[in-house]
Design a binder for this molecule. Structure first.
Ligand code: ADP
Ligand code: ZN
Ligand code: ZN
Length: 824
């Protein structure tokens, strides 16, 4: 178990109670052995509640009289966290300058402790007489004897601690229930444990499960067919599903159960969404490149890193699947991290088809109950694959055999707020190192950070330079939108794109139109006074939204969620002449209706995919041919594999190119490459049309070069030298301090004082860094809070100053973002 063990002294615990905040100090009684990471039971107010032992202390904290500190009641569970897991959490806390307790809270599913119940069970099934004989003459209290009696009367040999305490309401003299329990635990006769609660989804349903027994009587052909069907479904099905999918009756199944080849019994739902309709599939025979990559991966022993650099559609996922298979055979687990949940339906289906019930999905979009169930499932260890987003990097898998980060360049692996502002790739690296397992980073457009590691010889480089079946990457055609305007085309569709769309519709193909960011620039302003309509809480203009063609339009703030109906007149000057600017997804859909009325489209952005399952549903509708065009934002860039898509259009690349961010160029190139990669994945060749007002931009030029994958290295080389000039990462480190508060002056003053303090620390201390700012954040006010930034620039390899010592005044919030990706 984790680090220090103590049977005396004090500890700090994270208490699970609505009234608890922060850490509480408890005394460790002599008879109790406790380690960091143990689940314990402690008095809190008038109750006994669950808690996690966070830190053992050699001395009682100053200001507290040792005798006034309450003792912990018991250790309930010592196996929740492995040593490696606990160490990884500590590294996150250190590196990202975040109090450990906040890291722990980010890692654990909500309500872990409050949902669990402390129970006590007999460890030995001795007869009542034997037990009584053992106990006599050894000085056990009456309570202890009673406790054993009660437990022996339980059909399962256990009871909840709550119930046991009630049963042993003994007079003081005979020893309290707690003392009795401790004494019995010391002899090893009973143990207490943390029982998972009955989760909300844990109602039992009849399930049909395959056994490995030979049939008692020979099976009929029909019965054999049912058996094979069940096998293909992964060996288990709900009874209701089995009747339907195997086209049989409960009578037949019962007969087969009597023959011993299957059992029908009530089961809890354990895995969220486990009954997907994924069809079973077999490993594909690999291309030469895939085989080479796989061979290298299979040879990796212990911690090692590999970069799988494969153009979109080159079969990276197939390599992951085959790399994981031996891991599972060795009864180890694999963790697969993906950028956004929009990506998971297809990827999850592919994993489920291959590995069936061994696949679990874990992400923050699950309900509390589902997250809790999956967490429990992970703790059990064994062969399983967890697919999840950023936060799944904290999956408590005890026996990790491999970690895969798909689309490793994606910025959603970085948490901007709240603290810990971790990057899942960095945390995954620590976990791989601690668990001694390989880390595989996959991308068509690796991040600069990863590229630099490759150049430094820190990882195995595996290339998949070609698409499967030698399908060519579609060429990128560029349209200079300045020329379009010059030649009288004022619509958002260039003539080339419009023609391509028409051709696509004629031939019955499908297409994707990409817009940078949801409705970001679609603001409304007044033609008379020129004022844009702004959010009352934030310094941004409201975005225009119209959900139904006839419905009333709304204006919405993308930062705080404020929304109001589109006004009839300008709020400033009451002029009725309001105009909508920009081109969000909504605008594109509206314009399509005007210029290409025959096109049927589906919007795919954070508005339309907000509901659970909406991603999957929209993609399924599109895949079934219900629409010709998918119109969407960044979400479209992620791993969507739709073979029938032949045309991809980027409406305006410029929004991507000119973000106020030193990474804009890298990100623009990555995004456009990913979007372009959605075209021509099937039998028909694809076409990619990019519209821009700045065709001479380096990222655009790199994009149109015919051999995009091969030139990626060159493009990155150019980026690297630009970054070196300015000492930006990876040639320097950045730490962003975000300061915010409701009071304008107070926030500004606090930011100023923090800035001075940081300057002083830099000149006194051994760590040297430059302090940029404080400056008002690019968007000064969000959700009524005023925001300031301080940026620290460090030379590579230098240690961070002790930022945890900074204490902002009350009412001012300070977020420390180490290695920030997003500077706005
Ligand atoms: P990537 O993840 O690199 O974008 P995918 O793994 O999605 O690529 O592969 C693209 C398509 O090619 C998928 O439909 C996949 O099923 C198929 N595929 C991958 N590898 C093979 C192979 N060795 N043989 C046949 N088809 C393959
Ligand atoms: Zn006006
Ligand atoms: Zn707002």
């Amino acid at each position: 178990m984790p680090t220090a063990v103590s049977s005396m002294g004090w500890l700090e615990a994270l208490v699970d109670s609505p009234g608890a905040s922060g850490l509480y100090t408890y005394r460790i009684p002599v008879e109790i052995m406790v380690s960091e990471g143990d689940i314990i039971s402690v008095p809190f107010g008038t109750q006994q509640v669950g808690a996690i032992a966070i830190r053992l202390l050699a001395h009682a904290p100053e200001g507290l009289t040792p005798s006034s500190i309450k003792p912990i009641e018991a250790v309930i569970n010592t196996t929740l966290f492995t040593k490696e897991y606990w160490t990884a959490l500590n590294r996150v806390a250190d590196y990202y300058q975040t109090p450990f307790i906040r890291v722990l809270k980010a890692a654990l599913p909500p309500g872990l402790l409050s949902r669990s119940q402390r129970r006590v069970r007999l460890r030995q099934s001795l007869s009542a007489e034997k037990m009584a004989a053992l106990m006599t003459g050894r000085g056990f209290s009456r309570s202890a004897v009673k406790l054993i009696e009660v437990l022996q009367s339980s059909p399962t040999g256990d009871y909840s601690w709550q119930y046991l305490k009630q049963q042993i309401k003994a007079p003081r003299k005979t020893g309290t229930a707690t003392q009795a329990l401790s004494a019995l635990q010391r002899c090893g006769w009973v143990e207490s444990y943390l029982a998972p609660p009955r989760s909300p989804s844990a109602q039992k349903r009849q399930a049909v499960l395959l056994t490995s027994s030979e049939p008692l009587d020979p099976l009929s052909q029909r019965q054999q067919a049912i058996l094979i069907g069940l096998q293909q479904a992964g060996g288990e099905l709900w009874l209701s599903d089995a009747l339907q999918q195997l086209q049989t009756t409960s009578k037949t199944l019962k007969k087969m159960a009597e023959a011993g080849v299957l059992v029908i019994e009530p089961r809890e739902i354990l895995r969220a969404g486990s009954h997907s309709t994924a069809q079973p599939d077999q490993p594909k025979s690999l291309t030469a490149d895939q085989a080479l990559a796989l061979e290298t991966l299979h040879k990796l022993k212990g911690y090692a890193e590999a970069l799988l650099h494969g153009v979109t559609g080159s079969g990276k996922t197939e390599v992951y699947l085959q790399a994981i298979a031996p891991v599972l055979q060795a009864q180890k687990s694999a963790l697969v991290l993906v950028p956004e949940i929009g990506l998971t339906p297809q990827l999850t289906d592919r994993f489920r088809s291959r590995f069936g019930q061994q696949v679990c999905v874990y992400h923050s979009g699950l309900s509390e109950g589902e997250r809790y169930d999956t967490w429990r499932q992970m703790l059990r260890g064994g062969a399983q694959v967890i697919i999840g987003t950023r936060s799944a990097v904290f999956a408590p898998l005890p026996n990790l055999g491999m970690i895969i980060l798909d689309e490793e360049h994606d910025s959603s692996f970085k948490q901007d707020r709240p603290m810990p502002c971790y990057h899942a790739r960095q945390v995954a690296r620590w976990r791989s190192q601690l668990e001694g397992c390989p880390l595989v980073l996959g991308s068509a457009t690796p991040s600069l950070e990863t590229w630099v590691r490759f150049l430094g010889g820190l990882l195995h480089y595996l290339a998949l330079p070609q698409r499967v079946h030698a399908r060519s990457l579609p060429p990128v055609e560029l349209v200079d939108m300045r020329k379009e305007l010059h030649e009288g085309n004022r619509t958002i569709f260039s003539r080339l794109l419009k023609k391509a769309l028409e051709e696509m519709l004629e031939t019955g193909g499908q297409g994707i139109l990409f817009i940078h960011r949801r409705g970001h620039s679609s603001f409304v302003s007044c033609r008379s006074c020129g004022q844009p309509i702004e959010c009352p809480n934030c310094d941004v203009s409201l975005s225009f939204h119209q959900t139904h063609r006839e419905g009333r339009a709304h204006l919405k703030c993308h930062y705080c969620g404020y929304s109001k109906p589109h006004p009839e007149v300008c709020p400033q000057c009451l002029s009725p002449y309001l105009k909508t600017f920009g081109s969000g997804t909504q605008r594109v859909v509206n314009d399509l209706a005007k210029y290409l009325p025959q096109a049927r489209c589906i919007r795919f952005d954070s508005d339309t995919t907000r509901n659970k399952g909406a991603h999957r549903a929209l993609l399924a509708r599109f895949a079934s041919g219900e629409a010709d065009l998918l119109v969407g934002t960044q979400m479209l860039t992620k791993g969507i594999d739709l073979p029938q898509v032949t045309l991809v259009g980027v409406i305006a690349a410029d929004g991507l190119l000119f973000m106020p961010d030193y990474r804009a160029s890298e990100r623009a190139f990555q995004t456009m490459t990913q979007v372009a990669g959605r075209a021509g994945r099937g039998e028909h060749p694809g076409r990619v049309i990019v519209q821009t007002y700045s065709p001479e931009h380096a990222a655009i030029e790199a994009l149109v070069r015919p051999d995009a994958a091969g030139k990626y290295g060159e493009f990155l080389q150019q980026e690297l030298s630009d970054r070196a000039d300015l000492q930006y990462p990876p040639y320097g480190r950045l730490v962003l301090l975000r300061i915010s508060g409701l009071e304008e002056r107070a926030t500004e003053n606090a930011a100023g004082r923090l800035g001075h303090k940081l300057e002083a620390m830099s000149s006194e201390g051994t760590e040297h860094y430059s302090v940029l700012g404080p400056v008002p954040a690019p968007i000064y006010r969000v959700a009524r809070r005023y925001r300031w930034h301080i940026l620290l620039k460090l030379t590579p390899g230098s240690a961070l100053p002790p930022l945890s010592r900074l204490r902002p005044p009350k009412d001012i919030s300070l977020t420390i973002d180490v290695d920030p990706l997003n500077l706005s």
